[in-house]
Design a protein around this ligand. Sequence first.
Ligand code: ZN
Length: 182
Amino acid sequence: MRPLKRQSPPGRAGLAKQQTKGRGLHSDSITATDPVQRLLDRLEGVRKVGGGWIAHCPAHEDRRPSLSIGGGDDGRALLSCHGGCPAAAVVAAVGLELADLFPRRLDIGPMTSEQRRKVSAETRTRRTLAALNAALPMIALVEVTAAAIADGEPLDEQDTELVRGAHQRLQELRLAVQGGMA
Ligand SMILES: [Zn+2]
């Protein structure tokens, strides 16, 4: 049987150039997903080897894993089939495109005032919930103490100290939340 190993997979440098061209990069773009993970998720027999991975090449009859996968410095996925399959054929075989090998950027255009309002309302809600969450133990403490007072139970010095601390923190939180809603 002829060994699968053949010469030189298609060059990556040329591919990279081709892909970055025409890709609108904005300073406020964010990277949404990891291309290496996106690729690995779709491959069979993935194994970690050194700084990268090997897997069965989906583009040819591959009994011994002959597809090397690695991650580039800029987050792109690098792949090389030792059977000689072009990268385009490999990604196509798992339902991806060459562009999927590169970090995806979500371009955020200028927001409408409606969108801005929505985002800041969501931020406020998130902050309020976080503050409330942080306050829960103190609320519980004050609640228990209030119940004790209502039942006419005397508070010892330690209880009083705890309640004083809780009162202080709750007041700070209330002011912070009110400030956040202003
Ligand atoms: Zn292959």
